[in-house]
Ligand binder design. Structure first.
Ligand code: MG
Length: 279
């Protein structure tokens, strides 16, 4: 039975429970080896926390078998890479001036150490992006040093690419993480050298004239057929700002390129297509 008192309590509870609770961010500057180092905690968890007691590792799952049908661009999609030199040259350019180009190996674009990032010549805002990647079959390095690359929406919001198959790192930087901001629900990685897929639905952030974010970016990510982010809202940027700190939003335009990272490990890409979606 509802009385007036009960209704008042219910309305008060609604007012106190926003749809998306704003995270509590704490920052601290520590002096280490004579240098100021910024530390950030989001809802009490340090950025790039490695202690599994404080930030558990996502459960490891075996993804379904590779699905060649998922790689087929739907009607209206723009193919950004079809395995040919012509498509690589038509759609992609180096971010650095006078950089070495990435390699074309067996129909895949492969990052080249010190060649720097590549990006699309065209720019996009809210979109669905599909791509496939393979980390090196010869396992070298560990943690962030093994099969590291990344795909950046609007040239700035990174979905991490890493060899996270039996390779532990901080959960907010493992394969499938929205770097420094969102841990994947599960670890659906395939072994090194095998083709893996990302099917990303991205809603761009919107800024007002003063540069404040008025609508935050959102990501849904399907990794190897497994949903690892479900409409996750980004409360800031994904740029590395120190070992335990991550960038804030900085106002930018309505579109930006898709970029792929050279992090010193030869990571391959193929079957890349994109489809603009409604904001
Ligand atoms: Mg990366």
């Amino acid at each position: 039975m509802t009385n007036r008192h009960g209704l008042l309590l219910a309305s008060a509870a609604l007012l106190l429970t926003p749809a998306f609770a704003e995270p509590v961010v704490k920052k601290e500057i520590r002096v280490e080896n004579g240098k100021n180092v910024e530390y950030m905690w989001i809802d009490g968890i340090k950025v790039h926390e490695t202690d599994p007691e404080k930030q558990p590792q996502p459960e490891v799952v075996t993804p379904p078998a590779y699905d060649p049908a998922a790689a087929k661009p739907p009607e209206g999609a723009t193919v950004l890479f079809d395995g040919t030199q012509a498509s690589m040259e038509k759609n992609w350019e180096s971010v650095k001036k006078d950089a070495k180009p990435w390699n074309l190996v067996d129909g895949a674009m492969e990052s080249v150490k010190r060649a720097g990032y590549i990006r699309t010549k065209d720019e996009f805002g809210s979109c669905r992006l599909y791509l496939e990647f393979a980390t090196p079959s010869t396992v070298k390095g560990e943690g962030q040093g093994r099969g590291n690359s990344g795909v950046f929406l609007m040239g700035r919001y990174e979905v991490q690419i890493l060899d996270s198959y039996e390779n532990t790192t901080y959960p907010d930087g493992q394969c499938g993480a929205i770097y420094g901001r969102a841990v994947p629900k599960v670890n659906a990685s395939r072994p090194p050298g095998e083709w893996q897929s990302y099917d990303i639905t991205f809603h761009r952030p919107i800024f007002d004239d003063e540069g404040n974010v008025t609508r935050r970016a959102r990501f849904t990510v399907i990794h190897n057929g497994v949903k690892i982010h479900d409409d996750v809202e980004l409360w800031g940027g994904t740029g590395w700002r120190g070992p335990h700190s991550i960038s804030e939003y900085e106002a930018h335009g309505d579109t930006g390129p898709i970029s792929l990272q050279d992090h010193g490990n030869p990571v391959r890409f193929r079957n890349i297509w994109i489809q603009p979606i409604e904001d």
